[in-house]
Design a protein around this ligand. Structure first.
Ligand code: PEP
Length: 250
């Protein structure tokens, strides 16, 4: 069965609650009746309640950009999976390269966060991808295998039925350089093979693997037409309602 694509917006540290509502007022009419793909909006934490409220009655997911693996505790500045569910979140991004690069996230913390997200019933979007130097040294496959093996350690196929992985080559994020559909497809095949080993062949076959890295309205069609690409994680181009709607409707 064909996998339904997921088109997810990662707003990073952009937009206040009011700006988020303004975005949705413009965006919703542009995607009205669009049921071919799933859509999710991942705003900053403080915007989550406003986005949940603005999306009431719509079949559009709301995702956080991070979570902590503990249920609660003395972890200043952190937010748990249960807290995200309590405000109406459905999705959560885990292990984005910016969090790995600037906030010390490792494959081990990704694994703990993934376990917490799955236990809480959230749909995790786990990000993996190589940096430019790794690609140029021919290490892309090794990096993807390692990130998948460690990130998925101890997780069963049954637990992982909602798992989404986003292949985000770091050299393509926010740079305007996009992986070709072929480059992305090759990486997705590696990721799916690792998921099959860690979870099961059947779960890996159903699992969606998104592409992320400078997806724009003018390259979305070529990328999304590739059979191995099951959707997009969109940063910069998701901040404008017209541009994200054009990507969703590729
Ligand atoms: C991202 O932040 O996940 C991303 C893919 O960013 P951009 O689309 O801006 O490259």
């Amino acid at each position: 069965m064909a996998r339904k694509k997921l088109m997810a917006a990662n707003w990073k540290m952009y937009k206040t609650p009011q700006q988020a509502q303004e975005f949705l007022r413009a965006f919703l009419p542009l995607v009205e009746g669009h049921s071919r793909d799933e859509i999710a909006i991942c705003p900053p934490f403080v915007c989550l309640p406003a986005v949940v409220e603005a999306l009431a009655g719509q079949s559009i997911g709301v995702g956080a950009q991070n979570l902590h693996w503990e249920k609660e505790g003395a972890y200043t500045g952190e937010v748990s999976a249960g807290m995200l569910v309590a405000v109406g979140c459905t999705h959560v991004i885990i292990g984005h390269s910016e969090r790995r690069q600037y906030f010390g996230e490792t494959d081990e913390t990704v694994n703990r966060k993934l376990q917490a997200a799955l236990a809480a019933g959230l749909t995790p979007i786990v990000c993996v991808g190589e940096v430019l130097q790794e690609r140029e040294s021919g290490l892309t496959e090794d990096v993807l295998r390692r990130q998948c093996q460690r990130g998925l350690r101890g997780i069963s196929g049954d637990q992982a039925r909602t798992l989404v992985i986003a292949y985000e080559p770091v050299w393509a994020i926010g740079t305007g350089k996009t992986a070709t559909p072929q480059i992305a497809a090759e990486a997705h095949v590696v990721i799916r093979a690792e998921a099959a080993k860690a979870l099961s062949k059947a779960v890996a076959e159903d699992m969606r693997i998104l592409y992320g890295g400078s997806v724009k309205p003018d390259n979305a069609k070529a990328l999304m037409s590739e059979r191995e690409i099951d959707g997009a994680l969109v940063g910069g181009a998701s901040l404008d309602p017209k541009s994200f709607a054009a990507i969703v409707k590729w």
